[in-house]
Design a protein around this ligand. Structure first.
Ligand SMILES: [Zn+2]
Length: 166
């Protein structure tokens, strides 16, 4: 998948040299990616494929750890825990676990960070702003075609096996 991505990235940069200035490397996992023009030239960025999100979560966990360490925060946390205990329904943790509705299949849900990255890169390549909606439509169409190609490959394999039984 990464190889395919690099191959695409390279062919894009060959055809359109302009976004080359926006090419950077993730400081965490070292993958190459295109960044927003306002960040062009920076080499301390994290990629949108997970490292940025992971770092953000880590920072926020650290911030709250620091906050709850000081006396004022400690009192607040005790209050919060007290309230949580009082409002928790009898039967414990299990009943409060969120259930994912069956209608929401994870395969059809796009990761918003990835959608935003694709939107930014496509805008960069095309040299015009492109809406999130247009990107979602494009991704849906792309997925549909991929599925069709995959299906027809399987069909062909089945036909071939029928004609040439092992
Ligand atoms: Zn990374």
């Amino acid at each position: 998948m990464v190889l395919e991505y690099y191959w695409l990235l390279r062919s894009v940069l060959r055809a359109k040299p302009r976004p080359r200035a926006c090419l950077t490397r993730c400081r965490h996992c070292r993958i190459f990616f295109l960044t927003h023009p306002r960040n062009a030239g920076r080499d301390n960025l994290r990629c949108p494929f997970g490292c940025r999100e992971a770092y953000r979560k880590e920072q926020s966990a650290q911030r709250s750890a620091v906050y709850y360490r000081d006396p004022k925060g400690k009192r607040k946390k005790a209050d919060l825990n007290q309230r949580r205990r009082l409002s928790a329904p009898a039967g414990g943790q299990k009943s409060s676990a969120r259930k994912i509705p069956a209608s929401k299949q994870p395969s059809t849900q796009a990761n918003p960070a990835i959608v935003e990255h694709v939107r930014m890169v496509v805008s960069l390549i095309e040299g015009r702003p492109i809406s999130r909606r247009a990107i979602l439509q494009m991704l849906a169409e792309n997925l549909r075609q991929h599925t069709m190609v995959r299906r027809s490959k399987i069909d062909q394999a089945v036909l071939w096996l029928n004609a040439h039984p092992p």
